[in-house]
Design a protein around this ligand. Sequence first.
Ligand code: SF4
Ligand code: SF4
Ligand code: SF4
Length: 344
Amino acid sequence: MTPDKNSRRNFLKGCLAGGAVAAAAVVPETAGARDTLQRPPEGLGLLYDATLCVGCQACVAACKRANDNPAEFTAMDKLWDTPLDTSGHTFNLIKMYRNGTMQAKDAEENGFSFMKTSCMHCADPSCVSACPVSAMQKDPVTGVVGYDADACIGCRYCVAACPFGIPKYQYDSPTGKIGKCELCRHRAKDGHYSACAEVCPTGATLFGRTEDLLAEAKRRLALKPGAWTTVPRGRLPAKGETPEDAAKWKGPLDQGYEAQVGNYINHVYGETEYGGTQVLKLSAVNFEKLGMPNLPPRSSAATSETIQHTLYGGLLMPIAVLAGLTWVARRNVVPDDEPAQGGE
Ligand code: SF4
Ligand code: SF4
Ligand code: SF4
């Protein structure tokens, strides 16, 4: 055995042993879970109340106009914008649930109901977590999940990561971009809030601070079904809002009207789902039947980042890879005290 070969073997053995020890030492320190992120206190959002929605689709048209999106035709006559689902050019859609004779609105059996489909502006968005180039970003103050087309590389990780199926690829874009609702953040500089809420004739889509929208949703849930109550439309003023704050937004404030309280399911969708979302929903029909997924209160971003940080942040993965490579290298080393195959 030559001294060179001996030292090489010892080196490989050392790598293996060292890798195992280091990996074992790293695991307990990095295995701590990252918590689900919370909504920012001033976070903005929408409250969609399916019992107030009349399915007029004014919000769908307004969303197209506000985002300069083209019409999508699915009927032969090509007269109307008739998207069948959200797409790279349709960021907001009102879908319809139907059952049996469809006689009663907001009834699960022999009834029908509407449901808005658009970005939920999650408190801890998995699209942001999955994006490798930070093209999806959550604003730390408003909580709006915005998209930067210039940064996007078109990998579609965000498409796969979103539990609501919201980011959509623009197949007709030469550079492969994503389309999704950004809560009309581009309109805020001119004092305009979300176009869908601005045009909604019934207040079924209401814009405001998510904490205020949540309080409004709970107020409605506490009322007796069928009772009359004042329902706000457009923008819900923030609690403690000053006239100066109010003046930042265009449009009349007092747009409330008297409406009957819906026969709600006692649940505000988005309060806790997936760690909470900034778009909240009320309905009289089971949310799953309306296409809203049943999600746990922990965001998948928290889970996946915990795993990633354990593997990469703690150097466990590189060490494991090094140990694996070392093992392969060692297996291929011809022992110096045995003749090589086919040799003497
Ligand atoms: S709904 Fe989807 S696209 Fe919107 S913030 Fe949540 S994860 Fe992102
Ligand atoms: S906030 Fe703007 S982009 Fe989002 S659904 Fe409403 S109109 Fe469309
Ligand atoms: S504009 Fe309002 S009432 Fe009309 S479909 Fe949209 S949410 Fe429903």
